[in-house]
Design a protein around this ligand. Structure first.
Ligand code: AMP
Ligand code: MG
Length: 493
């Protein structure tokens, strides 16, 4: 059932609960907004199909009833350094949609003009990076990774100045919310102590309602966010996703991936993989992502601490100890989520004591071979397919992975499950297609020249990642090694 635009309505519950965490603001007037990408599947899910034909509403040029756009205020640790005021420099929260199931979903614009938080920035976005966020967000979603979603990309009709002169664009994004660790860092430093309490209540109600029933809801919230982030980072690691800019303002309370800037997929396995041109120290490299998430959650814990400490601070030490105990659960929870994921990728169902070693040794073998992460798991499925005479394709692992395979085979045999069942289970979690860097670049280059076909083709392949498609073979193959080795991504989006 589709709802007409005239029947759509937004709420502004964040703005109502936390007026001090935003500034009322409106999108810049655009000379010639045109829709270049629209996510029909997401629109159906959210009851927003009517927006396909209303670019004025999508671009924030005309407001839906109930919409009171704000630029959200937040702080954040960027590459480890605290910035007390970041905020939406070029983005706006238009309001919240309520889904048919009663879920609140943020409707948000990125690239909608300068706001009071713009600092030196122009408030704008270029087409390439907005299409990039579209491809990555939708690919991660299709891979089962919690993420903000891309509803639409609109060209603005004017140019933006980046490395050169680029097509200006705007992304319409949806999210479970835009609450970040940085939102708590900001609220914790406001003179009005009630803001932090209200923010905590809002976050609990919206994302982690069970925390409301815990003895100390702020601690319950921390525990829930630690759990959500442990799950999220495990999923990134399992597919080789490198976020690239895991600042605390890019770490959500919901546990969704947010802000696809210099992100990229690691193809050939190398734990030190860094793509971002500004990440000189490799702070956000592939293998660091779990410990960085833990570091970011520690910043959240510090921000929540005032809610746990009584006026005369007599329980400070005890409160710190309680918060620490929750933070210490991050690594075991991450590890357990990761092992669960590896077990599924390898077609195993039983939890055995030596599994951790088996999985770690595969990682080491992939590293030694510089094996392609995506292909390796898919080829393990091919081995079983060949056993069952489903395919005759040769399986071509490197030496280290090949030496590891018999141990996995033995482990599989011990479970004695039907091969076709195991293969089907593996194929459902091991993608054929991920947005490989050379294909992303090719699609974005074409888009900059006005040809959106490669973008559409790439999007259609990576949003149905588990089904091999005749004719799409090149999307399943890595670039020449040299490409990824020297590949750089940029933050100046
Ligand atoms: P990001 O790296 O996209 O998470 O952005 C970090 C911060 O920089 C946020 O406060 C953004 O709003 C701000 N920002 C990024 N690009 C621009 C821009 N072109 N104009 C204004 N603010 C920006
Ligand atoms: Mg950000």
């Amino acid at each position: 059932m589709s709802t007409a635009v005239s029947e759509l309505e937004l709420t502004s519950s964040f703005r109502a609960a936390l007026p001090e965490l935003g500034v009322d603001w409106e999108a810049t007037e655009l000379p010639d907004p045109r829709l270049v990408a629209f996510n029909d599947a997401l629109a159906v899910e959210l009851g927003l199909t009517a927006l396909r034909d209303d670019v004025e509403v999508l671009a924030g040029q005309r407001l839906l009833p109930g919409s009171h756009p704000i630029a959200m205020a937040y702080a954040g640790h960027q590459f480890g350094s605290y910035n007390p005021q970041l905020g939406d420099g070029r983005a706006l929260l238009l309001g919240e949609i309520t889904t048919a199931e009663g879920r609140l979903v943020d409707l948000h614009l990125k690239g909608s003009g300068r706001t009071p938080f713009a600092r030196g920035g122009d408030g704008r976005a270029a087409l390439g990076p907005m299409l990039r966020e579209f491809v990555f967000a939708e690919a991660l979603h299709a891979l089962g990774v919690p993420t903000t979603r891309a509803l639409a990309v609109i060209t603005t009709g004017d140019r933006v100045h980046r490395a050169g002169d680029d097509v200006g664009a705007l992304l319409v994004r949806t999210a479970a919310s835009h609450l970040r660790v940085g939102t708590f860092e900001y609220a914790a430093r406001l003179p009005d102590r009630s803001a932090l309490r209200r923010l905590t209540d809002h976050a609990i109600e919206r994302h982690h309602p069970d925390a409301a029933d815990t003895e100390e809801p702020a601690l319950g919230l921390l525990d829930a966010v630690v759990g959500a982030q442990a799950e999220l980072i495990a999923r990134w690691m399992l597919i080789g996703f490198v976020h690239g800019v895991m600042n605390t303002d890019n770490t959500t309370i919901s546990g969704e991936t947010i802000d696809y800037g210099p992100c990229a997929f690691m193809n050939r396995f190398d734990p030190d993989t860094v793509f971002s041109s500004i990440d000189h120290g490799g702070r956000y490299r592939y293998a660091h992502q779990p410990s960085i998430a833990e570091w970011n959650l520690t910043r959240l814990a510090e921000s929540l601490l005032p809610l746990l400490v009584v006026e005369d601070r007599s329980n400070l030490d005890e409160s710190v100890a309680r918060v620490r105990a929750v933070l210490e659960t991050f690594m075991p929870r991450f590890r357990s989520a990761w092992e669960r994921g590896m077990r599924a990728k390898l077609g195993l169902v039983e939890d055995r004591p030596d599994d951790g070693r088996l999985f770690d040794d595969l990682v080491t073998a992939m590293r030694d071979d510089r094996a392609d992460l995506t292909l390796t798991f898919r080829m393990l499925g091919d081995e079983l397919r060949r056993d069952a005479q489903l395919v005759s394709a040769p399986v071509d692992h490197g030496d280290a992975v090949a030496a590891w395979v018999p141990r996995w085979r033995e482990r599989l045999t011990a479970e004695a499950r039907d091969t076709s069942e195991v293969v089907a289970a593996m194929d459902a979690v091991n993608p054929v297609y991920v947005p490989r860097n050379h294909l992303v670049e090719e699609a974005l280059d074409a888009a900059a020249d006005g040809d959106l076909d490669p973008f559409r083709e790439l999007l259609s392949v990576v949003t149905d990642p588990f089904t091999p498609r005749p004719g799409a073979e090149r999307y399943a193959l890595p670039a020449p090694d040299e490409f990824d080795r020297t590949y750089q991504t940029f933050c100046g989006t």
